[in-house]
Every structure is written in C-alpha cells, then in structure tokens.
Design a protein. Structure first.
Length: 69
C-alpha cells in the first residue's frame, strides 16, 4: 500500500516560513559567531525564496485547476 498522496511537513509553506523566521533570528543574533550568522542568513534567504516559489506554484496550480488563466 503506497502512500503517494501524503506529503512531509517539510514541504509545507508553514514550515518554510518557520524556518525562514528562525534563520533570520539566528542571523540577527549578536551572540552568535560570524560564521553562524552568515550561514543562518544564507539559509534564511534560501528558505524565503523557496517559500515564495512554493506559494507562486500553488497559486498557479489552483488557477489551472479552476479552468481560469
């Protein structure tokens, strides 16, 4: 019995937003070493970009499914 329709929570927009917020928070923390802040900033930027792409893709898929566009 395959579980093809079930997605991981890691693919949800909520998790991506959470990841971006936590990474931005770590990047802004003055108590972290410089290399941690730089890597957290990169992670935050990538998470925010992936979130934006996911939301655009979902909107486009909904529009296509509804017959408009």
């Amino acid at each position: 019995m395959a579980v093809a329709g079930k997605r991981s929570y890691l693919d949800t927009p909520g998790y991506l937003a959470f990841l971006a917020v936590v990474a931005f928070w770590a990047a802004a923390s003055s108590g972290s070493p410089l290399h941690v802040r730089v890597l957290a900033g990169i992670t935050a930027a990538l998470a925010a970009g992936h979130l934006a792409m996911t939301l655009v893709r979902r909107r486009r898929d909904r529009r296509t499914a509804s017959g408009g566009g």
